[in-house]
Design a protein around this ligand. Structure first.
Ligand SMILES: [Mg+2]
Length: 319
């Protein structure tokens, strides 16, 4: 794989992790609180007792997935085992300690531990109220694999469905992951904002029979970018997160502005900024991520080494 392609993998993984780390200290802060004291740089502590540059569950679960995918295989059972190591033993964390976990992810991991014979894809929750952003926030490593290995693309829908279903089985969450993957692929293939809308149109057509499609009407509407800030919700609901992340991408012109806009929306700051950051990383590239933020990010080399390993494993020229 060319160095340029490896840099793109890093741009998405680090773009996501930096967005996560910017949001962690102000998670749950309201939009009004952040308007009075907006985030403009990495901060330490705040919502959690962790230093500046610490990333949260979004990045930990993404690294748990990438650790397995970067071996050149798709093994959902192993990924679920890695999630368990994160939740129970602090693997894939910046400070060797897990400090936040979503309810639905916790339930799925608990199921995996207590019912070891259960298929990993049967561990996820499928209730309508289990549609937080917990699978959307960790799906980009799969998108990167599909980008690097085009021969896998015919299986994209099934694999993304399974990847979501490790924790989030409801069609609304699975659809969010499929649509997000297709937006990210479009931006990796053609890093221009103009690539987004055709990808959305193609996704809407492809998934027209999904009984959950109507929840994404605003996402597919080209006027999303024209909505005022007050029209954007930044809660932990998967539909809100996908809309907010795309809105941040479409209404800004740099990586920095995109992730700061996401953080300063408030509420689920880390996940909104992480999802927006993955998109912005694909659009603007690794060099666009401010150096001081990369230097502050804890265990950056560890994340980059995993990206390099993935780059080698996914190189279709050597397979
Ligand atoms: Mg988090």
């Amino acid at each position: 794989m060319t160095e340029e392609k490896v840099q793109k993998i890093k741009a998405v993984m680090l773009g996501h992790a930096v967005g996560d780390a910017l949001g962690v200290p102000v998670e749950f802060c309201s939009r009004a609180e952040l308007a009075a004291d907006p985030v403009t740089d990495m901060r330490g502590f705040g919502s959690y007792p962790v230093p500046a540059g610490a990333w949260s569950d979004d990045t930990s679960m993404s690294l748990a997935a990438l650790d397995s995918l970067s071996e050149g295989k798709i093994d959902m059972g192993e990924i679920m085992d890695h999630f368990t190591n994160w939740a129970c033993d602090g693997a894939y964390t910046p400070t060797d300690e897990m400090f936040d976990i979503g309810r639905t992810c916790l339930d799925a991991i608990h199921k995996h531990i207590t019912a070891p014979t259960l298929a990993p894809t049967a561990c996820g929750m499928d209730g309508e109220y289990a549609n937080g952003n917990g699978s959307l926030m960790r799906i980009h490593p799969f998108a990167l694999m599909f980008w690097a290995r085009p021969t896998l693309r015919p299986d994209l829908d099934n694999i993304i469905d399974d990847a979501s279903a490790l924790t989030h089985t409801h069609e609304r969450s699975r659809l969010a992951c499929r649509v997000f993957t297709r937006i990210l692929l479009a931006l990796l293939d053609d890093p221009r904002k103009e690539a987004v809308f055709p990808a959305l149109q193609a996704a809407r057509e492809r998934y027209r029979n999904s009984n959950e499609l109507h929840h994404y009407v605003r996402l597919f509407d080209p006027s999303l970018a024209l909505l005022p800030t007050d029209g954007i919700r930044s809660t932990g609901y998967v539909v809100d997160t996908l809309e907010a992340a795309l809105w941040c991408l479409l209404t800004t012109d740099s990586y920095r502005d995109c992730v700061l806009r996401a953080v300063n929306l408030g509420d689920d700051t880390d996940t909104t900024a992480a999802v927006a950051g993955a998109l912005a990383g694909a659009l603007y590239g690794y060099e666009s991520i401010p150096k001081t933020w990369l230097e502050t990010l804890i265990r950056r080399e560890y994340i980059e080494e995993m990206c390099e390993k993935a780059g080698t494993a996914w190189d279709e020229n050597t397979q």
